[in-house]
Design a protein around this ligand. Structure first.
Ligand SMILES: Nc1nc2c(ncn2[C@@H]2O[C@H](COP(=O)(O)OP(=O)(O)OP(=O)(O)O)[C@@H](O)[C@H]2O)c(=O)[nH]1
Ligand SMILES: [Mg+2]
Length: 172
């Protein structure tokens, strides 16, 4: 079975990404009534307890196979405080302070350069948690500075660093 990693960039990317996670959790809960960690669940979710689960083999904890990027803090900190907060941890997040002010060049060039190594590191960590990584899904806006500028930078990074993996992107 293969796995995929979702990369959400900027306000729009993170908000739409969270709608995806909400739906994915609901679907798994609907079809996986016994609550076992199986290959299907593993497509988008990582079991941080390894192969071991709790009593009766039921899932104790799930983490999204995701990397969350935003050059301001507000949206991601709201996500962490909300009902989806538990499926992410600090190693999957990268936030800045002031955002890219709706400026593609600031997102692409300024943050793209200063954050490159940290982003690659997070992508690698997410990839290393997969037995058989199939693809990356990138979610970002065409407007905004972070979504458009850093989002397109991340697309290039994925091509450079993971040339053999499929890339899908969703633009809003
Ligand atoms: N469909 C949809 N579009 C959104 C959402 N949030 C923002 N947008 C659109 O995204 C564009 C602005 O991009 P943002 O994602 O807010 O900006 P950003 O990527 O955070 O970039 P900066 O804040 O400029 O650094 C506008 O066209 C918004 O209408 C959302 O939740 N859903
Ligand atoms: Mg923003």
């Amino acid at each position: 079975m293969t796995q995929s990693v979702i990369v959400q960039v900027g306000q729009c990317g993170n908000q739409i990404g969270c709608r995806f996670w909400d739906l994915a959790l609901r679907e798994h809960a609907h079809f996986n009534k016994k609550g076992f960690y199986d290959d299907t669940t593993g497509t988008f979710f990582h079991n941080p307890n390894g192969d071991s689960c709790g009593d009766n083999g039921r899932i104790q904890q799930l983490k999204a196979r995701a990397v969350l990027l935003d050059m301001e803090e507000g949206v991601i900190s709201e996500i962490l405080k909300g009902p989806l907060g538990e499926i992410f941890d600090s190693t999957q997040l990268l936030t800045g302070v002031s955002g890219a002010g709706n400026n593609w060049a600031v997102g692409h060039m300024t943050y793209g350069s200063s954050s490159r190594d940290k982003i690659v590191d997070q992508l690698r960590k997410a990839a290393e948690q997969c037995h058989c990584l199939q693809s990356f899904f990138l979610i970002h806006s065409m407007g905004g500075g972070t979504g458009s500028g850093l989002g397109t930078k991340v697309l290039r990074l994925l091509e450079d660093e993971f040339p053999e993996r499929t890339r899908h992107w969703s633009r809003c």
